[in-house]
Design a protein around this ligand. Structure first.
Ligand SMILES: CC(C)(COP(=O)(O)OP(=O)(O)OC[C@H]1O[C@@H](n2cnc3c(N)ncnc32)[C@H](O)[C@@H]1OP(=O)(O)O)[C@@H](O)C(=O)NCCC(=O)NCCS
Length: 191
């Protein structure tokens, strides 16, 4: 176990490349976002398992913004690297690129961060090796990931603490949006 105590981020790099097929498209002919999310999860899983050398589960995924459509015939490449480790969790940075195999044009589709947690054979969370940081980019990614983790924990706390009381102000505000509000709700609203 001693030699597994600290590992380099590059030790568990994963590059996953898949050509997109017609069965992965929506009615508009573009690739489903869910297809890409599944590939991202697979890459994050493989990367985290390589680092931990144990089974892992996906605990959370941060925001995913698709910047550009992906088409049938594109080669999608997913790059995964461990950016941060806690005690039992790892934050894996994911970058998705789509390459037009005919023209060679490469588009950055999205980047995201998956938090993966190591589990032992008993199903309990399990400590993971530490990370060796050798460049300022690696330090930047580690620090930013830690901040993301803290912000997520804070927002989860706030979400749990927050209770929603329906008010007339909420309903008035909703009415300014692109919705139809059932007026019966005013009877339930606090003034
Ligand atoms: C994620 C999971 C392992 C956390 O278990 P837990 O008993 O709450 O564990 P702990 O509170 O001890 O947290 C363990 C680690 O996970 C992290 N963690 C827990 N929930 C998290 C979340 N929602 N997002 C990010 N990190 C999380 C903690 O920060 C902690 O990290 P650290 O050890 O590096 O400090 C557990 O909730 C689980 O198994 N969930 C289901 C996962 C799954 O099935 N995913 C696939 C869905 S289809």
């Amino acid at each position: 176990m001693a030699e597994l105590e600290f590992k380099k981020p590059t030790d568990s790099d994963v590059h996953l490349s898949v050509v997109m097929h017609p069965e992965d498209t929506n009615a508009a002919g573009n690739i489903f976002g869910g297809k890409i999310l599944a590939l991202m999860d697979q890459a994050a899983y493989a990367c985290a398992c390589k680092h931990a050398r144990s089974s892992t589960v996906t605990a959370s995924i941060n925001t995913v913004n698709f910047r550009t459509p992906i088409y049938v015939g594109d080669l999608v490449t997913i790059k995964a690297r461990v950016n941060y480790v806690g005690k039992t969790s790892m934050m894996v940075g994911i970058r998705v690129e789509a390459e037009n195999l005919i023209t060679g044009e490469v588009r950055h589709s999205n980047s995201s961060y998956f938090t993966m947690v190591a589990k032992g054979e008993d199903g309990k969370t399990k400590p993971v090796p530490g990370l060796i940081l050798e460049s300022s980019n690696q330090v930047r990614r580690f620090v930013r990931s830690y901040k993301r983790k803290m912000e997520q924990q804070e927002s989860m706390k706030n979400f749990q603490a927050e209770s929603f009381h329906l008010s007339k102000d909420h309903l008035d505000w909703c009415k300014q949006q692109n919705v139809l509000v059932d007026d019966k709700l005013y009877e339930q609203a606090e003034s």
